[in-house]
Design a protein. Structure first.
Length: 226
């Protein structure tokens, strides 16, 4: 999950995503049990039908196995890898999505929220491009969890997430609510230190125990929140 934090969702700048793509890809192979658990947690809340997009698609590590074929990302290197995996990638950022209003049935963001320059603007943009009742699914490291606290403590020492802003599940719910989302559902996984994980961990409903949390919210009404 440390390397996953630069899941090419780094909206602040391309930096490490452009220069450390090999290291990024290797993380998923070396930490496959963490990766598999996170995939399962996301999949449990992800709609199975409709037009979809991953915002901060990176190299497609989540989009491909989850059946999402369209993404947006600021990193050209990551986009190139995702393209080879069959993803159509648009260069851009979450705060200014180049898509029409009401186009998508659901959108996915995995760890992207940690790296956004302007979270409120980004969530309003996602709201805008979703159809009424469309879903936004966000996966992230909970700042109040053991892994989240560890990341925050040592982030200055790591070039990949030194500029990250970690959020708690309650904070993400509040941000999503302000943007116009509601009817929330939650899953969680990663209940031990990453170094101790030697099998794919279970996925539970709710939040407050696992370090990796997934929240699904549905677009309410026809206009964004405040």
């Amino acid at each position: 999950m440390v390397m996953e934090l630069y899941n090419a969702n780094h909206m602040m700048g391309k930096g490490p995503f452009e220069t450390h793509t090999d290291e990024y890809e290797e993380w998923f192979e070396k930490n496959r049990f963490v990766y598999e658990a996170e995939l399962r947690a996301v999949k449990e809340l992800l709609p199975t039908k409709g037009e979809s997009i991953e915002i901060g698609v990176g190299s497609g590590r989540f989009a491909v196995p989850l059946g999402i074929r369209l993404g947006i990302d600021p990193s050209l290197k990551m986009a190139e890898i995702a393209g080879k995996r069959g993803i159509e990638v648009h260069e851009g950022v979450a705060e200014d999505l180049p898509f029409d209003d009401g186009r998508f049935d659901f959108a996915l963001m995995v760890t992207a929220i940690c790296f956004l320059n302007d979270v409120k603007t980004a969530l309003r943009e996602v709201y805008r491009i979703l159809k009424p009742g469309g879903a936004l699914v966000i996966g992230f490291v909970d700042s109040t969890s053991p892994v989240g606290k560890k990341y925050e403590k040592y982030k200055a020492e790591n070039e990949f997430y030194r500029e990250a802003s970690f959020y708690s599940a309650d904070e993400v719910v509040s941000l999503m609510t302000d943007a116009g989302f509601g009817n929330f559902a939650f899953t969680q996984t990663i209940f031990r230190d990453l170094k101790e994980i030697d099998h794919t961990e279970v996925v539970k409903e709710g939040y407050g125990e696992g370090s990796f949390v997934v929240i699904r919210g549905e677009k309410q009404g026809t206009e964004g929140g405040n």
